[in-house]
Design a protein around this ligand. Sequence first.
Ligand SMILES: Cc1ncc(COP(=O)(O)O)c(C=O)c1O
Length: 387
Amino acid sequence: MPLSRRTFVSALGLGGIGLMSPSPLGGRGSEARWASWTAAPGAKADAKAGATTAALIRLDSNENPNGPGGRAFEALRAMLGESNRYPDAAEVILVEAIARAHGVRAENIVLGAGSGEILRMCVEAFTSTSRHLVSASPTFEPPEVFARLLGRPVVTVPVDGALRLDLDGMAAQSVGGGLVFFCNPNNPTATVHGELAVKAFVARIRRASPETVILIDEAYHEYVDDRTYATAIPMATTDPRVVVSRTFSKVFGMAGLRVGYAIAHADTARTLQAYRISSGTSVLALATAATTISDQAHIADEQRKNREAKAFTRTFFERAGYTVGPSETNFLMIDLRRDPMPVRVACRAHGIAVGRPFPPLDRWLRVSIGTMDEMRQATEVFRTVLG
Ligand SMILES: Cc1ncc(COP(=O)(O)O)c(C=O)c1O
């Protein structure tokens, strides 16, 4: 049966038939699945670190341990029968759902296979051999990696002593630049800048370097509790040189399905579309995303679970005498006051995967927040490993 808009909508349950069933991916369930997939010969190097993959608790990639939620799974299953079709209609439906969710127009939205694709598109579109990228150190690295791969110059500005992006330094470096990558909240430092600071930053760059595009990565938007923070989406739809990127990989629990998007002025969105790999996202991912974006109960539930498990983990480290950075995300940065690498290796040997090193922060460990049960197990391991 061809995929008409109507059959697609009813397959998704967007007509109000969405089923609320418990997620088949519980925290431990997802690990078990992952373990069985990666148990194939040669699939993983975990054995080197002494851990069996079956027991691995993954606190290394800022994923959502709970998965996409019951309604999303229903949508995914319902779309399996459309797997033989190209995703054009499904893209239209998701774009409409995103536009509704943010109160913007479909022409403001560009889809990507994860927001990583959006970051790549922005680097390709807006930097050149004569127009550099401004990024931070440390921040989410792919924009810098893409730029270097393409032979585009890169300037990085270190975070300050409070693990915050140095917005003054980044604005100063933007002059003549093609693109400024502003990760808010920032990964891996977990800090956020409030609405006024973001507006002042954009205004300063606008004055100093009117042609420079500012890419504001809001991957962790839903985890922010800081009341001074607000999304930059209203700025992105009106200013052709501001782009906001969002992802379904974090609070929506779809990191393996690969969907993200940009919100931008219609002209800027058109420019970006040219750099997109067409039909790059599967119907399954698109259908799941279209359902989960409006599932407010699921979002609230994930926010609450993250808040509770994060508070538990913070308390553990602080009681153990460590400084924990502020966090407006689903991960924590902990000042171990020593090289985190041996700690990381020892944790892995006990079945806990934690974040890799993030130079120049050579004493800090990044720990993603898992389920409460996972964090209870992990903190027992941290207690042993940290002595
Ligand atoms: C700040 C930030 N942006 C983007 C991404 C990429 O997300 P996606 O899975 O949408 O490509 C991540 C992933 O960890 C991230 O931390």
